[in-house]
Write a protein that binds this ligand. Structure first.
Ligand code: C5P
Length: 319
């Protein structure tokens, strides 16, 4: 049976990846750049429904609110939006779309379906212009990593990609989630451009995710995986799925678990091929996908043909 077929059934392990990816995973385990010290137990074998309840119980979207050191002393309470992301939509959205940037979404004709949702989440520099037929054109929230804010190639300040949307930025912090250490030595210094952007665009909602939120997600992935996962933060894709499960009644995720269109083309908007984009090297992406596959409430046929998974929002489940 093919790897893709097994992934659709949730029946894969990292041993089935190509040797280059296995080597990369091993190197990340040995390096442990973020000082991960996992104290929980691995291999709790929850069903999909139990996993949804576990996430609902433990995952709370947390953004930097300026009340903790060192941000408090730096006057960040004035810099961050008044209402935190987790409390923005007390009644939530109805149905939401999470659009992954995978090359496999090309030629999907999913654009109209994606735009029919009440809110749409996209990632990093993924464009809609020129790709409307396959990815739609509506964007409600955009999650960006710290490289988007700091690498001049992305034109963060003037690109229309980052205007008229809710922005949510993140950066890999130490596992300890010590904000002082992180502030002094972020992976990429997002703090300066963040404050600058908030000053210039005070009416645009723009948040930085709290490292505690990100590592909490990592803990849950590791607790529910037999193998040792990469000691690096989950991918933006997984982070985005969890944010939307907190804000929406139902979440439709496109091309996270690959469809029959699976390809090594990393992004639909870029001519760059690497299987690591879909299966993970730095991020524990394969393991994230196995958990999402376990929670899928959608039709198997939608998974094959659309690469679509349907997840309930937390407010729609009774636990
Ligand atoms: O590459 P980037 O992080 O911008 O892509 C957004 C998210 O889409 C990733 O974090 C990952 O979860 C997902 N993705 C994927 N397969 C790809 C490319 C991206 O699952 N080929």
């Amino acid at each position: 049976k093919s790897f893709l077929y097994r992934l659709w059934k949730g029946d894969v392990s990292s041993k089935m990846l190509n040797p280059r990816l296995q080597k990369a995973m091993k190197d990340y385990l040995n390096t442990n750049k973020h000082g991960v010290r996992f104290k929980g137990k691995r291999n709790s074998r929850l069903t999909g429904d139990q996993l949804i309840c576990e996430l609902k119980d433990r995952v709370h979207v947390k953004t930097i609110d300026g009340k903790e050191a060192p941000f408090s002393a730096l006057g960040w309470e004035k810099h961050v939006p008044q209402i935190p992301l987790g409390r923005l939509y007390p009644h939530g959205f109805g149905s939401c779309a999470v659009v992954m940037s995978a090359g496999a979404i090309l030629n999907s004709s999913l654009g109209d379906e994606i735009d029919s949702h009440d809110a749409v989440l996209r990632f990093n520099s993924a464009p809609t212009r020129g790709y409307e037929k396959d990815v739609g054109n509506k964007t409600t929230v955009r999650i960006i990593n710290s490289q988007i804010l700091t690498n001049p190639n992305h034109h963060f300040i003037d690109s229309s990609l980052y205007k008229d949307v809710i922005l949510v930025a993140w950066d890999p912090a130490p596992y300890s989630a010590n904000l002082n250490v992180w502030y002094k030595k972020p992976d990429y210094n997002l703090f300066t451009p963040y404050v600058q952007h908030r000053r210039r665009n005070p009416n645009q909602l723009f948040y930085i995710l709290h490292p505690k939120f990100i590592w909490q997600l990592w803990d849950i992935i590791q607790e529910n995986t037999k193998e040792k996962i990469q000691p690096n933060p989950p991918s933006s894709g997984f982070i985005g799925i969890l944010i939307m499960m907190s804000m929406c009644n139902e979440v439709h995720v496109y091309e996270y678990i690959p469809s029959v269109r699976q390809t090594d083309l990393c992004h639909y908007h870029e001519l760059y091929y690497d299987a690591a984009c879909t299966l993970g090297a730095y991020h524990p992406l394969l393991y994230e996908k196995l958990l999402v596959q376990r929670m899928n409430k959608g039709l198997q046929d939608d998974l094959y043909r659309k690469g679509k998974v349907i997840l309930p929002g937390f407010r729609s489940v009774k636990c």
